[in-house]
Design a protein around this ligand. Sequence first.
Ligand code: GUE
Length: 293
Amino acid sequence: MQLLDGKYVSEKLKGEIAEAAAKILAETGRKPHLVAVLVGHDGGSETYVASKIKNCEAVGFKSTLVRYESDVTEEELLGKVAELNTDADIDGIIVQLPLPKHIDPEKVTEKIDHRKDVDGFHPVNLGRMQRNLPSFIPATPYGITLMLKEYGVETAGKHCVVVGRSNIVGSPMSILMARNTTPGNCTVTICHSRTPDIKKFTLDADILIVAIGKKNFITADMVKEGVVVVDVGMNRETSTTTKSGFKLYGDVDFENVSKKASWITPVPGGVGLMTIIGLLKNTLASANKEVYK
Ligand SMILES: Nc1nc(=O)c2c([nH]1)NC[C@@H]1CN(c3ccc(C(=O)N[C@@H](CCC(=O)O)C(=O)O)cc3)C=[N+]21
């Protein structure tokens, strides 16, 4: 088993991103600027947004955190997004998901100017990605492709099984792995809650990407020898042994599945760290007007 090490890859790519940001600063006198909007106090979201902000600062980006209480109205939030859209100093806007039930995430996602949509969730970006046109690619799937590329994992002609069909991971991931790109050119199967026998598909996977949100969902009997495993699970449980009071678990029984895998991502230290890199790279591309003029 070889580790797909998110810590190693993310540190390396952060170095490259920091160099590019320094170049922008030298040439234009400005820094790439990300605005993150956080609604409410959900522990996970707060941690992830804090990590995004911290990493922006680490690579020389400007970042702004906009906070609302969970009783903010949809109207107020949409108004804020409209204001951020027209602010010329802002390159990227993300609204952290999930949002409280009274706010429609689709409305918020579509309100963000697709030219500043560094989460890559806007329908324009999703459509452009599917057509292999320049676009912002959702941060987690983007980070996963960067990881596979860094380790030179072969994907062409392989059977890639994606477990989960969410808008932010499973669905865009399946598009990326089927595209005529590197990584890509896979035969892709998407499994979800209505797939009667998921094991039948996972057992045939050369590459298995799991984003379903259930601790230890993938066990060793569900995979074949030599499989490449990407664990997108971020299952937080309270813990008395960690200083944060939480412990993070993936969707894969790492201890046993790793014995059969050729490559595998750990949790933490895998995909989560690469998500940050995807976001930073999108923000950099926006500042450089690489996707939209
Ligand atoms: N609009 C929006 N964009 C997102 O990109 C988005 C979102 N909403 N909602 C929630 C998910 C989740 N997410 C993570 C980011 C970083 C880590 C991360 O840094 N993980 C570290 C450690 C985390 C820890 O220890 O708690 C790791 O896996 O090693 C994880 C998860 C972004 N998301």
